[in-house]
Design a protein around this ligand. Structure first.
Ligand SMILES: *[C@@H]1O[C@H](CO)[C@@H](O)[C@H](O)[C@H]1NC(C)=O
Ligand SMILES: *[C@@H]1O[C@H](CO)[C@@H](O)[C@H](O)[C@H]1NC(C)=O
Ligand SMILES: *[C@@H]1O[C@H](CO)[C@@H](O)[C@H](O)[C@H]1NC(C)=O
Ligand SMILES: *[C@@H]1O[C@H](CO)[C@@H](O)[C@H](O)[C@H]1NC(C)=O
Ligand SMILES: *[C@@H]1O[C@H](CO)[C@@H](O)[C@H](O)[C@H]1NC(C)=O
Ligand SMILES: *[C@@H]1O[C@H](CO)[C@@H](O)[C@H](O)[C@H]1NC(C)=O
Ligand SMILES: *[C@@H]1O[C@H](CO)[C@@H](O)[C@H](O)[C@H]1NC(C)=O
Ligand SMILES: *[C@@H]1O[C@H](CO)[C@@H](O)[C@H](O)[C@H]1NC(C)=O
Ligand SMILES: *[C@@H]1O[C@H](CO)[C@@H](O)[C@H](O)[C@H]1NC(C)=O
Length: 555
């Protein structure tokens, strides 16, 4: 995720709050091609159309005229548009919608069939929309990051240090966001989404929605708040919304270690693509080597003289955890693990490898830009202050469920010390026993490192009439592995509202370790026979998503 917040942007956006008038509410101003800059990492050729919509700044204050400008993006239908648009949410919390739609819009069109405009907006806290940032310069941010370890389990003193730095962070966040910190949060995100729908199609229209990860939390809240307005709602990679709002969510990472096991199984099954398979005879042996390696690193990090640095437990743990999201990154991850196991300073100190590795390490830390906005939204939704003593049992529960996902103390400790004045003005406190106007489609991989199948089952059990499609794969959301079966179910749902049969399990179309690329899809066959040119097109799109997502991982 790129960081786009700055003091200037923040001031601009606050000034623009006062400038808009009631008359503009409810109308989207499409401005034309987005003119995205290189900083967002997208090719200039993306046919993304940009626009704005003014919405109420504070839905809880009916006496106020203040508005907020949402930035919208649209990837237009590629076929003659005959269907209602689909609103997309890429999760995070705090992922840029422009990045998500700009990077994968073409593929999403290929999956849905090209008849729908795909629309996304930057949620509060992201881009120009009341950007949430806790430090106004990179130096102080880096300093804070360097002062606390990323993992509470990194050493005997780590937890206390994180708690202390979390207090500082919470205070810094308050100093920067005291005017706006209570205006971000999931309920307002839900209302903003409905404002976009109203503006697009009118107040009676049904919502078509495709949400991933935290986008499923927003989707679940929308469905609970506006059940009568739900059209086709697909939620992929479910974070149990009840757990999310209750604050302690150890369930989220319950399957993480099983994906390490999946990595080991995939590795030994593909020795040509996984050098570790030549050293360890079976998956059990490889798994033990990885766990032992991590324990060793806690008290014996690898010095990298050429970088005046060291490769630490947190760096390696976070790098491996990150890789669990995406099997397409596993071949290169296996090379990386090999280098750590042999403490190969030449590889680890490589000027391209080392900074990337450290960036994964600090992504788990207190102040990475993605965790600032994510913290802002999570802590304002949670609204639960606590002492160190209160949070410890939870942290221990989570640590007992997973070794690779860390102990989760960071989010806990930040939110526990969050300033109450930044608690979300509106929080959804109802349940998720919901009867939506149209039944929802819930999707999950069998093994997901952060949104487990159990959470998808939980949501599906309470969303009346919904169907859970399980993809027999590994990684975060079903997009992490290509499956024509899953993609066709998504297309049928958005096209005709058709749900897959209850209990449907879709198989992925490539093995865990593979060197096949989207270029190989046609005419070569995958694990299934590609029966038509249209199927080949979908499979190509799925392969392309997979490849784009793994870019930047040590390549
Ligand atoms: C992008 O640039 C073109 C040409 O200058 C302009 O017409 C269009 O409105 C711009 N788009 C946005 C979103 O500002
Ligand atoms: C975009 O940025 C990358 C580095 O971030 C650079 O290598 C590339 O040349 C840039 N492309 C253009 C068209 O400016
Ligand atoms: C809101 O707008 C109405 C109509 O324009 C105006 O009469 C009223 O004074 C405004 N209220 C505030 C708080 O600005
Ligand atoms: C509130 O925010 C303003 C603007 O960022 C800042 O100057 C002020 O110090 C903050 N107040 C507190 C109590 O943090
Ligand atoms: C894996 O290899 C070890 C050592 O060679 C052996 O003891 C163990 O039984 C093997 N495990 C499996 C599941 O094959
Ligand atoms: C480190 O890895 C590189 C690349 O795989 C290899 O050429 C080199 O021999 C390794 N060095 C050591 C000390 O193992
Ligand atoms: C769903 O999860 C919540 C929170 O863990 C739990 O209270 C509830 O009983 C679960 N519902 C079902 C149907 O499993
Ligand atoms: C939608 O339904 C029509 C009519 O039954 C059918 O021909 C078409 O194949 C369906 N489309 C999808 C994507 O399932
Ligand atoms: C892909 O891997 C296989 C072995 O699994 C190998 O035979 C083949 O040459 C590789 N293809 C490419 C393009 O690297």
């Amino acid at each position: 995720m790129k960081q786009s917040s700055s003091v200037t942007l923040q001031l601009l956006s606050l000034a623009s709050l006062a400038a808009t008038t009631q008359a503009e509410l409810g109308k989207i101003h499409w401005k034309g091609p987005c003119n995205l800059t290189n900083e967002t990492d997208m090719s200039g050729s993306a046919p993304l159309i940009c626009g704005t919509l003014d919405v109420p700044l504070d839905y809880t204050d009916s006496g106020s005229n203040q508005t907020l400008t949402l930035d919208l993006a649209k990837w237009p239908a590629t076929k003659k548009s005959t269907a209602d648009p689909i609103l997309m949410n890429f999760g995070g919390p705090g992922v840029s919608s422009f990045e998500g739609l700009g990077l994968y819009g073409e593929e999403f069109q290929a999956i849905t069939g090209g008849h729908h405009d795909l629309i996304a907006f930057n949620s509060r806290g992201v881009g120009n929309t009341i950007p949430f940032s806790c430090y106004n310069d990179a130096t102080s941010k880096q300093l804070v990051a360097s002062l606390a370890p990323a993992d509470g389990t990194a050493s005997d003193t780590a937890r206390g240090e994180i708690w202390a730095q979390s207090a500082n962070l919470a205070q810094a966040c308050y100093a920067q966001n005291n005017q706006t910190g209570s205006l971000i949060g999931t309920s307002f995100a839900a209302r903003d989404t409905m404002q976009v729908l109203d503006a697009l199609q009118g107040k009676d229209a049904l919502l078509n929605y495709w949400g991933f990860s935290y986008g499923t939390t927003v989707g679940a809240v929308i469905a609970a708040m506006f059940p009568e307005r739900m059209g086709r709602v697909a939620l992929d990679g479910v974070d149990n919304p009840t757990e999310y709002f209750n604050g302690h969510n150890p369930e989220a990472v319950m399957d993480a270690d099983k994906i390490v096991q999946g990595f080991c199984l995939g590795c030994v099954a593909a020795p040509d693509l996984c050098p570790l398979a030549k050293v360890y005879r079976n998956a059990t042996e490889l798994g033990s080597a990885i766990w032992n390696m991590l324990e060793t690193l806690k008290f014996n990090p690898i010095p990298i003289p050429s970088q005046n640095g060291a490769v630490t437990y947190s760096d390696v743990r976070a790098t491996i955890y990150e890789a669990l999201y995406l099997p397409s990154s596993w071949p290169v991850t296996s090379e990386f693990i090999g280098a750590v196991l042999t403490r190969n300073v030449t590889v680890l100190g490589n000027p391209r490898v080392y900074p990337l590795l450290k960036s994964y390490g600090t992504s788990a830390s207190l102040t990475s830009s993605s965790s600032e906005i994510s913290t802002g939204i999570t802590c304002s939704d949670r609204a639960l202050s606590a002492s160190m003593k209160d949070v410890l049992p939870y942290i221990k529960t989570r640590a007992s469920l997973t070794k690779i996902a860390g102990d989760g103390s960071n989010t806990e400790m930040r939110c526990a010390q969050w300033n109450k004045k930044m608690y979300a003005k509106e929080r959804y406190t109802g349940d998720f026993d919901v009867k939506t106007a149209h039944p929802a489609l819930i999707l999950s991989n069998r093994f997901d490192p952060t949104t487990p199948l159990a959470a998808a089952k939980n949501l599906s059990a309470t969303f009346e009439g919904s169907v859970l499609l399980e993809q027999n794969g590994y990684g975060h959301t079903t997009l992490s592995m290509p499956s024509l079966c899953t993609a066709k179910a998504i297309r049928a749902y958005f096209t005709n509202g058709t749900l897959p049969a209850a209990g449907t399990i879709c198989q992925p179309d490539v093995p865990l370790f593979t060197n096949l690329t989207y270029k190989d899809v046609w005419p070569k066959n995958f694990q299934r026979t590609v029966e038509s040119a249209e199927d080949a097109k979908i499979l190509k799109a799925l392969m392309s998503v997979r490849e784009k997502k793994s870019r930047g991982k040590f390549q």
